[in-house]
Every structure is written in C-alpha cells, then in structure tokens.
Design a protein around this ligand. Structure first.
Ligand code: SF4
Length: 111
C-alpha cells in the first residue's frame, strides 16, 4: 500500500520552518561539499515530514517520542537547530514563535 504524502497546512508550515533553519545554517558555508550536504539533509528532512506517522498532529521532531531520523541525520539536525534556532527569531520571527509554541503545547499536554 502506498502511503499518502502529508500535505496539510500544519505540516506544510513545518516544512517551510525546517527548510528555513537548514538554509540559515548552510549560509555560513560556500563550498560544494556543504551545498551537497544541505541538499541531502533538506531532502531527508522533507521525506521524514512527508511520511510522518503523526500527520497534522505531529509534535516538533525535537520532542517526538518516536524520532524516526537515522542517528547521523538526527545529530546533524540537532547541530542545525542549535545554530539556527536563535537566528530564526531575527530572520523568521513568526515561524520561530509558532515552532516554540507547538513544542510548549505538546510538552504541557504530555507531561
Ligand atoms: S521525528 Fe517524529 S515528528 Fe518528526 S518526522 Fe519523525 S516521526 Fe514525525
């Protein structure tokens, strides 16, 4: 059975947020190796979101109880989030606040 791709409004917004964070992180590099890595990480993250089992009800990946990422991508995304998280407030404040609120709401309900 072929699973449908997640394309709802919440997950679409999250795709934009994650893409923006990846873009901010890789702006600091200009070599080809990092450009290829950026493409690879972005493709991987979008594939995870496309087929996330939680669909529109997904938590942020950071607090996800399953965490479907392979370890190498999980480590890379953590590095990207640490760098881009604070910068998102400057470049994309609405996305940043929405992402924070989503995480906060999930933690509050799932204490
Ligand atoms: S880490 Fe969790 S929330 Fe993120 S895409 Fe994978 S299953 Fe979905």
């Amino acid at each position: 059975m072929v699973r449908a791709i997640n394309e709802g409004p919440k997950i679409s917004f999250e795709k934009k947020t994650v893409s923006a964070m990846i873009e901010i992180y890789y702006k600091q590099f200009s070599d080809e190796a990092h450009q290829l890595e950026e493409e690879d990480v972005a493709n991987y993250a979008m594939a995870r979101l496309n087929y996330c089992r939680f669909g529109e009800d997904k938590p942020t990946c950071k607090v996800c109880p399953v965490h479907c990422y392979k370890k190498s991508y999980k480590d890379k995304m953590q590095q990207i989030m640490r760098y881009s998280g604070p910068r998102m407030l400057i470049y994309h404040p609405v996305m940043s606040v929405e992402h924070f609120m989503k995480e906060w709401r999930y933690k509050r309900v799932n204490k």
